[in-house]
Every structure is written in structure tokens, then in C-alpha cells.
Design a protein around this ligand. Structure first.
Ligand SMILES: Cc1cc2nc3c(=O)[nH]c(=O)nc-3n(C[C@H](O)[C@H](O)[C@H](O)COP(=O)(O)OP(=O)(O)OC[C@H]3O[C@@H](n4cnc5c(N)ncnc54)[C@H](O)[C@@H]3O)c2cc1C
Ligand SMILES: *[C@@H]1O[C@H](CO)[C@@H](O)[C@H](O)[C@H]1NC(C)=O
Ligand SMILES: *[C@@H]1O[C@H](CO)[C@@H](O)[C@H](O)[C@H]1NC(C)=O
Ligand SMILES: *[C@@H]1O[C@H](CO)[C@@H](O)[C@H](O)[C@H]1NC(C)=O
Ligand SMILES: *[C@@H]1O[C@H](CO)[C@@H](O)[C@H](O)[C@H]1NC(C)=O
Ligand SMILES: *[C@@H]1O[C@H](CO)[C@@H](O)[C@H](O)[C@H]1NC(C)=O
Ligand SMILES: *[C@@H]1O[C@H](CO)[C@@H](O)[C@H](O)[C@H]1NC(C)=O
Ligand SMILES: *[C@@H]1O[C@H](CO)[C@@H](O)[C@H](O)[C@H]1NC(C)=O
Length: 522
């Protein structure tokens, strides 16, 4: 009898808490009258364990006013999963406490798991979890420059706009993201394609030291002299070994960039493709110039399909010669050229998110025939989608980005990374296909299915023209792709060995299942 009453009272207590959520943090939920019920129990074993471990005021529950607004800091709507609770640590020690507490909680029983999140820009389920707890690094978002070591010390939860702005004040810049809203943590673990990549390689190649929390809570450094196997594995090898709590990056003196944005009519596609091909074939003496090109379809803009170019000279030289010159002479539907530092550029370039998103990637040889036919396949993709949903409810995009062969040499000079770029065996072009949907899950399901078809067609096309390459770049990959499997036998073995050595109980393979995991590579 008494037992039943206590349960009912406890339940009533929780209902009060839920209805009063706008101003009552869970730790202040009033005790159920007359019964000895602990008022601060959430009833969710891992979340209560975190509270008992002293992280009570780092927790965020669905009953907290801040929960829904915080979910909106995930880029894509479909990635805004609702965990049982989030824990937002403030430093590496708290990350260690959170991780070890969660690993021990209830001995792992039940069917709940753990996610790790930095900027939240990757695909759904990689950085968040519905059944379980998300370790969210958003509060660890500061950056500073140490003039003694000449390294920029960057925490994982920062967004590139904040990183550049903090570092600009110290007179330096790093090989970071181009969109200011993208997070540090995932970007640098997956590679990191930057305007500075022509000189510096992928962002991960600039990391001289990682501070890492291992599954057992030990905090270590990984660099060229200490734990160097882990250092190499973390450069492109993603979330398989530990939680990175600081990235120490080679810093460059800050400078102004020449930044040129254009939109052109689709009938200039061939000229833009020629520029991409030319760029990819340029030697490194042109590497201060960066080119990103993308085709977009949006039924609410006119014309509906456009070719867009972002041309940057990282030395601020607006008169440099490059394979882009011909495009600059074409009439543009829109154009802007400015000279600005990276903090300003990243702040001014932030895709909004807030839609259902999917994106896939492939790599092929630098063959203009392939690129031209991909542009045609994109038009077919748009037609199929328009047949099956309101054309105003989706947008599509196709990116081409040069991967010149010297990127492999830079990686090697910097101590090596996991991407296996040498296997490209020459200059290559990276393709990214994307779709955003602004309606509902049904439309999004259709869009994802059609994107998969489009991607398979691009793969077949590049095979038929002898231009197919295995490489799938992790940062642009969709969950149904397997980037780590394309990084070469030697790197796969290295990642397996490092995961086994630093995470012998397979916490990062089994308890933190989101993202690309080396144990799932065949
Ligand atoms: C609008 C937009 C623009 C983009 N631009 C670029 C670009 O210019 N160049 C480029 O290379 N990529 C770009 N990307 C891709 C981007 O690099 C990836 O989405 C990357 O994962 C984002 O980092 P994040 O911190 O936001 O990742 P999150 O989604 O938070 O994390 C990604 C993965 O890494 C894991 N992880 C995150 N932080 C840590 C950590 N500290 N320790 C261990 N594991 C961790 C997560 O568990 C997850 O599996 C872009 C993406 C978008 C949506
Ligand atoms: C609840 O709060 C009390 C008093 O602050 C504390 O002793 C107890 O450990 C807390 N319980 C949980 C589950 O956090
Ligand atoms: C950065 O972290 C601090 C706490 O360290 C927090 O107050 C602030 O809101 C964070 N900034 C962003 C943009 O998330
Ligand atoms: C490498 O790690 C060791 C051990 O923690 C540390 O003493 C050293 O300073 C680190 N090197 C760099 C470049 O951070
Ligand atoms: C390209 O298209 C634009 C607008 O659609 C048109 O004005 C222009 O004449 C076309 N140019 C060529 C070379 O076909
Ligand atoms: C290009 O050169 C002209 C003439 O020397 C100069 O006036 C101009 O400032 C230069 N533009 C840029 C962006 O460097
Ligand atoms: C960032 O962009 C916003 C909006 O355009 C602008 O108001 C703000 O001044 C910019 N901040 C910086 C640091 O450039
Ligand atoms: C933590 O794990 C690492 C890697 O397996 C190991 O070297 C270290 O001894 C462990 N530390 C403790 C305290 O168990």
C-alpha cells in the first residue's frame, strides 16, 4: 500500500515539474508532499549518475526551458534528436568525469548509448542520440594563441567564426573552416578542407598536438613525440579513440583575403568546369588561389538553376593570374569582390540550416567530360524531385572541389594523416551532392532516395569514363557511405591498432555508436 502511494506521489512530482518547465530547473523540483522522495531524481539512470558525479548543473533535460532552443544549434532539422539528457562539460576534467560515469552507469545495461557533439554539422545520429545521453562540447568554445610555442590552442566546441575572431585579435589565422557556423571538433577529425589547404593541406595536417580524454578518463597529449600513433590516427580518423578537448594548431600570420563571389547563368557551366579542371592541374605555385564551385537549384529563385563560384586569394591579391581568369570575364548575374580577413569572411558566410538535409560525396579523375555529365545528371535529379513534391519545398546543390595531387605530399610532410590521398594517384575532383527539404519527413525520404540514385549514377558515369576513384571524404559523406573503408589497407590497419590500444574496452566502437567507426569497416 505504502509502496503504491510513493510511486503515485513520485509520478505526480514529475508531472508538476513538466508543466512548470519554463522556470524550474530539475534540481529545484519541489518534493512530493509528505513522502521521502528525492526531488532531484530524473528517473533516467545515466543522467542521475552524472548528477551524482557532481555534474548536476551541466545537465539539460527536456523539462528545462533551454532544451528546445539548444537543439536548434544543430544545423539540420533531422539531426535534432532528443536525448534523455545532454551534459555540457566546461573543461577536459569534466569531459573525463562525464565519459567514465556514463560508461559505468548501470553497467551499460538497457538499450541507451552515448553521443559526442562539437558543432553539430554532421549527419543525424553521428553527433546526437534519441535513446541516451549526448556529451555536448558547446561550452568549450575558446581559442587563444601562445606566442611561445607559436601554436593556436583551440577548443572543440567553437564555431569557426568565433575561432577566427579570437585568433585575429592575436594576429594569427589557422587552416580552418570556410563557413563560420561549422564546428571545430568534427571538421578537424574528418580532415578539414580550407581556403588555406593549397599551402597547408587539410586542417588536420596543421594540428601539432591533440589533448584527448580516453575512455578510462585519462587525459593525454598526442603529438609527433608523445603517442604519435594516436596523433596520426586522429588526423582524419574521426571519433574512434577518444574525445579531443583541445587542438593545438600551427598558426599563420593573419592577413586579408581577396574574396570573389559570383553567380552565373547555367549556360556558362562549361567555362566554370574548365576553371575547375585548370585549377586541379595547376602546380603549387598557384596554391594561394582557392576555388569552390557549385550548381544550385532553387525553384524560388530566378533563374532556378545557377552556377556559383567562390574564388579566394589568401594573400589578398585581386590581380593574381589563375585558371579562374576566363570566368571573371564572363557576365555574372551577381558578383561581389571584397578584401577581408578570415574572421570577416567566415562571419559573412554562414549557411542557415533549419531544413532537413542530406549530402553525399565521391571523387573522380580530373576529366571535364565527367563534370559536364554530372551537371546533366543534376538536372535529371531536379526533374525527378519536382515530379514527386512541391518544387518550392526543396533545393539541391552539386559542388566540385579540386584535390591536386600535391595535397598528399603536404600530408606526408606534416607527419601523415589517415586519408590515404596518395592512392588517388594524380589530380582529382571531389564531388558533393546535397539536398535540403523544407516540408516533411515523407518528402525528405523521397529526396534522400533520389539523392542516392543520383550519387550511384555519378559513380557509374565516372566508372564508364575510366575516371572512378574510391576515395570518399568523411566530412561530406552520408551515413550510408563508408569513408574509412576507402582510406587504404595500411591506414585501416593503423586505425584498428590505435583504437585497440587506446580504447581496449571498445567504448568508442560500441557505447558511442554514432559516426564512422573503424570496427564496422569490412
Ligand atoms: C554548411 C556546411 C559547410 C561545411 N563546410 C565544410 C568545409 O568547408 N570544409 C570541410 O572540410 N567540411 C565542411 N563541412 C563538413 C563539416 O566539416 C563536417 O560536418 C564536420 O563534422 C563538422 O564539424 P562539427 O564539429 O560541426 O561536427 P559534429 O557534427 O559535432 O561532429 C562530427 C563527428 O565528429 C565527432 N566529434 C565531434 N567532436 C569531437 C571531439 N571533440 N572528439 C571526438 N569526436 C568528436 C562526433 O561524434 C561526430 O561523429 C561543412 C558542413 C556544412 C553543413
Ligand atoms: C539529490 O540531492 C541531494 C541533496 O543535494 C544529494 O545528496 C543527492 O545525492 C542528490 N541525488 C541525486 C540522484 O543527484
Ligand atoms: C561559449 O562558452 C561559454 C562558456 O564557456 C558560454 O557562456 C557561451 O554561451 C558559449 N558561446 C557560444 C557561442 O556557444
Ligand atoms: C607532446 O606531448 C608531451 C607529453 O604530454 C608534452 O610534454 C609535449 O609538450 C607535447 N608536444 C606538443 C608539441 O604539444
Ligand atoms: C546565357 O543565358 C543568359 C540568361 O539566361 C543570356 O542572357 C545569355 O545570352 C546566354 N549566353 C549564351 C552565351 O548563351
Ligand atoms: C589590382 O591592381 C590594381 C592596379 O595595380 C590596383 O589598383 C588594385 O588595388 C589591385 N586590386 C587588388 C584587389 O589587389
Ligand atoms: C558579422 O556579420 C553580422 C551580420 O552581417 C554583422 O552585423 C557583424 O558586424 C559581423 N561581425 C564581424 C566580426 O564581422
Ligand atoms: C587508460 O587507458 C590507457 C590506454 O589503454 C592506458 O594506457 C592507461 O594505463 C589507462 N589508465 C588507467 C588509469 O587505467
Amino acid at each position: 500500500m505504502l509502496k503504491t502511494c510513493i510511486s503515485a506521489a513520485a509520478l505526480a512530482g514529475r508531472l508538476v515539474a513538466a508543466s512548470d518547465l519554463a522556470w524550474t530547473p530539475p534540481s529545484l523540483v519541489p518534493k512530493a508532499a509528505g513522502y521521502p522522495v528525492a526531488s532531484n531524481i530524473s528517473g533516467i539512470v545515466p543522467c542521475d549518475a552524472l548528477r551524482e558525479a557532481g555534474l548536476g548543473d551541466r545537465l539539460l533535460f527536456a523539462t528545462d526551458a533551454g532544451y528546445e532552443p539548444h537543439l536548434e544549434t544543430w544545423y539540420a532539422v533531422n539531426a535534432r534528436l532528443r536525448p534523455d539528457c545532454l551534459v555540457l562539460p566546461h573543461n577536459a576534467e569534466e569531459v573525463a568525469t562525464a565519459l567514465t560515469t556514463l560508461v559505468k552507469a548501470n553497467n551499460g545495461g538497457g538499450d541507451w548509448h552515448i553521443a559526442v557533439r562539437s558543432g553539430g554539422h554532421s549527419f543525424p545520429g553521428s553527433n546526437n542520440i534519441a535513446n541516451g545521453v549526448t556529451i555536448d562540447l558547446s561550452m568549450m568554445n575558446s581559442s587563444s594563441y601562445d606566442p611561445e610555442t607559436k601554436l593556436a590552442k583551440i577548443q572543440p566546441g567553437g564555431r569557426w567564426r568565433n575561432v577566427y575572431s579570437d585568433l585575429h585579435d592575436a594576429g594569427v589565422v589557422v587552416t580552418g573552416g570556410r563557413d563560420g557556423d561549422v564546428g571545430v571538433g568534427g571538421f578537424l577529425l574528418g580532415g578539414g578542407n580550407s581556403f588555406f589547404s593549397g599551402r597547408m593541406g587539410f586542417g588536420c595536417d596543421s594540428v601539432k598536438n591533440f589533448e584527448v580524454v580516453l575512455a578510462n578518463g585519462t587525459i593525454i597529449n598526442a603529438n609527433s613525440t608523445a603517442n604519435s600513433d594516436l596523433w596520426r590516427a586522429l588526423k582524419g580518423g574521426s571519433s574512434n579513440y577518444g574525445i579531443v578537448t583541445r587542438y593545438d594548431m600551427e598558426a599563420l600570420p593573419t592577413r586579408d583575403l581577396y574574396y570573389d563571389l559570383r553567380a552565373l547563368s547555367l549556360n556558362y557551366s562549361d567555362a566554370v568546369i574548365e576553371a575547375v579542371i585548370g585549377y586541379t592541374n595547376q602546380d603549387q605555385s598557384f596554391a594561394d588561389n582557392a576555388l569552390v564551385t557549385y550548381w544550385t537549384h532553387d525553384a524560388s529563385s530566378s533563374p532556378e538553376t545557377l552556377v556559383n563560384t567562390i574564388y579566394v586569394n589568401v594573400e589578398g591579391n585581386g590581380n593574381a593570374t589563375s585558371a579562374f581568369d576566363k570566368v571573371r570575364r564572363l557576365p555574372a548575374l551577381f558578383k561581389s569582390s571584397t578584401v577581408q580577413n578570415m574572421a570577416e569572411a567566415a562571419n559573412g558566410s554562414q549557411l542557415e540550416g533549419g531544413t532537413r538535409n542530406a549530402g553525399t560525396t565521391l571523387t573522380f579523375r580530373n576529366n571535364p567530360q565527367i563534370l559536364r555529365q554530372v551537371v546533366d545528371l543534376h538536372e535529371d535529379f531536379v526533374k525527378r524531385l519536382s515530379d514527386r513534391m512541391d518544387p518550392k519545398k526543396f533545393t539541391t546543390m552539386v559542388f566540385f572541389q579540386p584535390i591536386p595531387s600535391y595535397m598528399a605530399a603536404i600530408a606526408e610532410e606534416q607527419g601523415g594523416n589517415m586519408l590515404g590521398l596518395e592512392s588517388l594517384g594524380g589530380n582529382a575532383v571531389m564531388f558533393t551532392g546535397g539536398v535540403t527539404v523544407d516540408s516533411d519527413d515523407r518528402d525528405f525520404g523521397v529526396a534522400k532516395a533520389e539523392l542516392a540514385v543520383f550519387t550511384a549514377q555519378v559513380k557509374e558515369l565516372s566508372k564508364s569514363l575510366n575516371g572512378d576513384l574510391d576515395f570518399v571524404y568523411l566530412n561530406y559523406a552520408e551515413a550510408n557511405q563508408d569513408p574509412l573503408a576507402t582510406y587504404g589497407a595500411k591506414n585501416i590497419q593503423h586505425m584498428r591498432d590505435v583504437a585497440a590500444k587506446y580504447d581496449p574496452t571498445q567504448v568508442f566502437q560500441k557505447r558511442i555508436p554514432g559516426g564512422f567507426k573503424i570496427s564496422r569497416v569490412a
